[in-house]
Write a protein of this length. Structure first.
Length: 111
């Protein structure tokens, strides 16, 4: 007579099996569509510069910026802004001024 298999051991039989480790991740990377960086006009750059001048630490803003072949959008509190180094950090997301496409917020002028 055979011993009964425990519930946990029986459940392990039906767990998914990945024959190729990392294959799913590589497929997701291959599916990513790379978006070219938009060239901003002089007017848009001036407007963005004025918006950046209005940004202050500890205010909540929304920033659209270019990162790793795509445009991302984050809303949060400004943790750090360094105008000399041209660097902005929202919560724990750092970004260079040159990667920023747009800024929105209650203290940001709509131009």
């Amino acid at each position: 007579m055979r011993a009964k298999m425990g519930r946990l051991q029986r459940a392990k039989q039906f767990m998914p099996f990945a024959a190729l480790k990392g294959y799913e991740e590589e497929l997701r990377k291959a599916e990513k569509v790379v978006v070219p960086r938009a060239e901003l006009s002089e007017d848009m750059l001036d407007m963005l510069d004025r918006k950046l001048q209005a940004v202050e630490k500890n205010t909540v803003i929304t920033v659209t910026w270019y990162h790793d072949g795509e445009y991302l959008r984050v809303t949060g509190m400004v943790a750090r802004i360094d105008r000399e180094e041209r660097y902005l950090q929202i919560v724990n997301v750092p970004m260079a001024f040159s990667d920023i496409y747009d800024i929105e917020g209650p203290s940001i002028p709509v131009l």
